[in-house]
Design a protein around this ligand. Sequence first.
Ligand code: BGC
Length: 263
Amino acid sequence: MAKKHKVALGIDIGGSGVKGAPVDLEKGEMIGERFRIDTPQPATPEAVLEVVGRIVDHFADDLPEDAAIGITVPGVVQHGVVKFVGNLDDRWVDFDADTEFEKVLGRPVHVINDADAAGVAEARFGAAKGTEGLVLVMTLGTGIGSGAVYNGELLPNFELGHLQMWGDKAEAKAAASAKEREELTFTEWAEERLQPYFSHVELLFSPELFVIGGGVSRKHEKFLPLLELDTPIVPAELKNTAGIVGTAVVAAEMVDGRTDDAT
Ligand code: BGC
């Protein structure tokens, strides 16, 4: 029988910071403090890889030698190849991140979308645990991320922030960054942006549950109660650890699967 990994390293690559921590895969919790380094500018794959290497080194003593590394990026990733990124350099497009990162880091690596990682974490350990059917974990930040989970299984790369609304990508008007940029009050943001957006998503997908993440979800009581939807809508539970936890879980499972295949 293949050995099941108990610890993996999760790393979250964002537009402003790269953050990582070892994750206890059974508890769905970070082990100790996360370590953060500013995202290099320009955020090319090579420059970010160097920063990721420093994060891996930082935790090297705490990680089993064969521990997997899960990494998130704010964009579309298919089989470890980045297809599109919102907030990083365009040189990420068509970059085979799994292969290139593994070469340099010398450990098994799997790269996935940031909201997909949050979706997995909330479904396994958080607000969507035990919910049957379709759950949409929506992260409201610089953009809008969407992690779709059906009966606990991830449906990758939903990209619902890119639905066309108001003659633009919906996230340009409804993300938390639009609230800041346009200096909208929570009520204006909820009524004029989030309400039409979530009504539209609800009409298209009829989910069982919306889970709302992103930094602004800390203030969920200021806007979630203003939304009128048929679908229950609740704040995320894993807060800013969801991406790190989710990507570590997915990477470890991929490696465990690989090992199974080989035995
Ligand atoms: C990207 C998504 C990402 C989301 C949150 C969007 O701009 O297209 O892939 O999940 O931002 O970072």
